[in-house]
Design a protein around this ligand. Structure first.
Ligand code: ZN
Ligand code: ZN
Length: 269
């Protein structure tokens, strides 16, 4: 069982001292690790990062030119976009943790496997460099930033929609970096300050997600949506709806991962 003694011991070993920490050697050596991607994938990740930053730098003056950065609704709408970015980070994370397995073509090895690996070996996330950590999210923000070119910024609704999309993209862009910082025992001082004041996801808030069966605190951008979604039982309700509509059972693959590596550790003990 996932919540059984072996798995619980195993996860306690992985998530140590309040925050997951890196260890130089030991049982974690036998656990699955983050895959190294080929040079083409890395080039795409780097180009995605550059394109997303360039598009952000392009769209901000366009919004300013049309008064969208100084309107009375600018701040509340930007905050709403930050909340939306956090909510979307939770939805994407929940989807990847909960459904299908790594045998799904393209999506499986590229998108689902990293989430499975992350639950059984969170430490390996700390070995990913800046481009590898942030490239995929940058790629996802590009369509939203391109969409702003199609909006009529001379109209009020065009300005509001443009501001929302740019703020959403800006808040979403560092999501995986924020996630990686939440795994660091000693993040940079300015990051720790942001975490302390709840402006980005903290290690303590994210630690709850890493307690089996990994069903709490899916949101990993600011983490602001987590308490509300937990209070209304949002993801369990959504899972029951998906199961009723499709017959799919949640976390089957994730549970197999946990059981496989928990039993491997029991054999070593
Ligand atoms: Zn997860
Ligand atoms: Zn994590």
């Amino acid at each position: 069982m996932v919540q059984g003694g072996g798995a619980a011991l195993h996860m306690a070993h992985l998530v140590t001292g309040g925050q997951p920490e890196s260890s130089p050697a030991g049982p974690a050596d036998d656990l699955p690790r983050h895959d190294d991607f080929d040079v083409v994938t890395r080039a795409i990740e780097l180009l995605s990062l550059l394109a997303a930053c360039l598009l952000l730098a392009w769209q901000l003056p366009r919004l300013a030119q049309h008064g969208a950065l100084t309107a009375w609704w600018t701040l509340p709408l930007a905050l709403l976009a930050v909340l939306a970015a956090d909510f979307i980070s939770g939805l994407v994370h929940w989807f990847a943790d909960t459904w299908f397995d790594e045998s799904v073509p393209v999506l499986g090895p590229r998108f689902l496997r990293p989430f499975r690996v992350h639950h059984v070996n969170p430490e390996t996330f700390l070995t990913r460099d800046f481009v590898d950590t942030n490239g995929d999210v940058a790629m996802l923000t590009i369509p939203f930033l391109l969409l702003v070119f199609g909006l009529p910024l001379e109209t009020a609704w065009g300005q509001a929609a443009g501001l929302f999309l740019v703020a959403l993209s800006a808040a979403a862009l560092p999501t995986n970096q924020v996630h990686q910082w939440a795994h660091m025992a000693r993040p940079p001082r300015w990051v720790a300050w942001l975490q302390y004041w709840g402006l980005i996801l903290s290690g303590n808030a994210h630690r709850r997600h890493h307690e089996p069966p990994h069903v709490a605190n899916y949101c990993i951008a600011t983490g602001w949506c987590n308490p509300v979604l937990s209070a209304v039982d949002f993801f369990p309700r959504l899972e029951r709806l998906v199961t009723r509509l499709t017959g799919l059972q949640p976390r089957q693959d994730d549970q197999q991962y946990l059981e496989r590596f928990a039993s491997a550790e029991e054999e070593r003990a």
